[in-house]
Design a protein. Sequence first.
Length: 174
Amino acid sequence: MNYADIKKVDVANGPGVRVSLFVSGCTHRCRECFNPETWDFDYGQPFGQAEVETIISFLDRDHIRGLSLLGGEPFEPENQRPVLELVRQVRKRLPEKTIWCYSGYLFEELAANQVGTHSRSLLEELDILVDGPFVLEQKDLGLRFRGSSNQRIIDVPASLKSGAACFSSEMEAP
């Protein structure tokens, strides 16, 4: 897997001050995507254990609330294993940090393990999933932590427990 960027300080992609990883590779190709260069799986730099250590060192500060995963598409089958390894290391070493993930795939697809080999396992490591592709016709700059009104902010543990998408208190249901 390649990555486009690691942001040491991000206040736009989840609550509080966060560290964000922008992975490379996305097959959704949403019209007017804010990050089209990340569609290319070869864009950016190779992601490995050195980058995991960098992210963990950035996260290991009291003022950092958690990690946000964006792209590109973290749930692309090609990206799932390295992203899963990252979040497992974050969970083990910094269990108090929250993990958010933005995906063009839907919670229901991921929970049913319909996207690649590790989608359910990766989903089980998340606190919040912002799901659904960006839809230009539903773009709304007034929405918190999402770009279009079709996207949902999902409380992943509650959703997995109930078997249906449960919305986070970070949003009102669409």
